[in-house]
Design a protein. Structure first.
Length: 453
């Protein structure tokens, strides 16, 4: 009976060399012993095990990275953005309440109902935002918010006392109003500003973390891809077959996982970067512009309330106007916002800047009247109504800044939601693809190993 021949690759790989060709170093070396023991079935098992381990590591790392990225993006959309808006609301409501109270105090006769209602609405908004912010704040911000919460009733009490004395026609009303404004500008607003800056930094940090490049995932994916290619070359040489269906399928599964992950992560990162570039940074600039304009308006009124002794308030008002539009009218927070804003928002910011220039010009007229001894006319100009009045010009500045700020906040939330949407389903899909890759590797090597039994 003729002797059955072994497969070609076994004869080629395992036929011992002629004794004369084996040197003593090779015969005794550890590498030679390992090579002698590593026959084809054992090599296939080792390679298959390595590919399975690499596939599981790459899959687990990618799933973990995607879940972490999803949590961060959803946090920006569901927590970071809204917390930032609450901090903005608190900051703006306090500043607006101070400006409104000072302006209302200047008006002759009965206090205008619309100014009174605006002041009350600001206090209500500040109280509501303070409640929400305290619930979501960390320990450091919570301490600052408690300062605001403790001082808010003190501030409103001082304002009400000032109003009472104003109705009685006694000069003590101005003193109480100045004390209230000092409490607001020196204690409450700085604390609220720190909280706002803290929330903005937190949102920006979450956006940075969620848009970073996954280096570990990329490295494991490249190693796995290289190992699959090397395994196919090995099997092709030893089995005399060009393609191994299982390994080809595993490679295709890896390519699908890589393309899907790359597209989803890139889209998510781009959305977050857009939200940070055209949203988070712009929000900071516009919020500071709003704060500067409101405090400039409050100090403008307080200068008149002081009746000749308001030089410090005027100095603050002038400095805050420089913060808003710069010394030349082309700088400040509004110029910074203009460079950060997309084209769709720039018309509002330009409108705010143009109206702020008109406001500064009219403020100069008020100061000329007051410094010239005509306090009554100065107050009349500062508190007049009408489309072209100083109050109306300031109102347009405030409305334009508020509109641009609202659009920027919406953009942050919209881009964060889009970033989170791009990652939905990816983690579950990667789990299935990883299982498919492992199964394809096993099915690819199993028949080849079975040929040697």
């Amino acid at each position: 009976m003729p002797t059955q021949l072994a497969p070609a690759e076994v004869r080629t790989a395992e036929t011992p060399p002629h004794p004369a060709a084996v040197t003593p170093a090779r015969r005794a070396g550890p590498l030679s012993r390992v090579r002698d023991r590593m026959n084809t079935p054992r090599l296939y098992r080792l390679v298959a095990t390595g590919l399975v381990v690499l596939g599981l590591l790459a899959g687990a790392a990618t799933v973990a990275a995607v879940r972490q990225r999803s949590a961060l993006t959803e946090g920006v959309a569901a927590v970071g953005g809204p917390v930032s808006v609450d901090a903005q609301t608190l900051y703006r409501a306090l500043a607006d309440a101070d400006a409104t109270a000072a302006t209302a105090f200047l008006t002759s006769g009965a206090e205008p109902a619309e100014l009174r209602q605006r002041y009350l609405d600001d206090i209500a908004k500040a109280t509501a935002a303070l409640t929400v912010a305290l619930r979501d704040a960390d320990d450091g911000d919570a301490g600052r918010l408690r300062v605001v919460a403790d001082q808010l009733p003190v501030y409103t009490g001082l304002v009400e006392t000032a109003r009472s004395y104003q109705r009685l026609g006694t000069p003590l009303g101005g003193a109480y109003l100045r004390e209230a404004s000092a409490l607001m500008q020196q204690t409450m607003l700085p604390a609220a500003a720190v909280v706002f800056d803290s929330t903005q930094r937190r949102v920006a940090a979450e956006q940075d973390d969620a848009s970073g490049f996954p280096w570990l995932v990329a490295l494991l994916a490249l190693v796995t891809a290289g190992a699959l290619v090397a395994a196919q070359v090995l099997v092709a040489r030893r089995s005399r077959r060009v393609f191994n269906r299982g390994l080809v399928a595993a490679t295709l599964v890896l390519v699908v996982a890589l393309v899907w992950s790359a597209v989803a992560l890139t889209v998510s990162a781009n959305r977050l970067e857009t939200g940070q570039r055209e949203g988070t940074g712009l929000v900071s600039s516009l919020a500071n512009a709003g704060r500067a304009s409101l405090q400039a308006r409050a100090n403008e009124s307080l200068t008149l309330v002081a009746r000749g002794s308001g030089a410090d308030f005027e100095k603050k008002s002038a400095a805050q106007m420089v913060e808003l539009i710069g010394a030349d009218g082309q700088g400040g927070w509004l110029a910074q916002a203009l460079t950060r804003a997309p084209e769709s928002d720039r018309s509002l910011i330009r409108a705010a800047r143009d109206e702020a220039l008109r406001w500064r010009e009219m403020h100069g007229q008020v100061r000329a009247l007051d410094d010239g001894g005509d306090w009554d006319k100065a107050v009349a100009l500062a508190t007049a109504n009408g489309e072209n009045s100083l109050s109306a010009v300031f109102g347009r500045v405030d409305a334009a800044i508020t509109g641009a700020l609202g659009a920027a906040n919406e953009r942050v939330e919209r881009q964060a939601e889009a970033a989170a949407t791009a990652l939905r389903g990816l983690a579950a899909g990667l789990v299935l693809l990883t299982a498919g890759l492992v199964a394809a590797v096993v099915l690819g090597f199993r028949p080849r190993i079975g040929e040697y039994r």
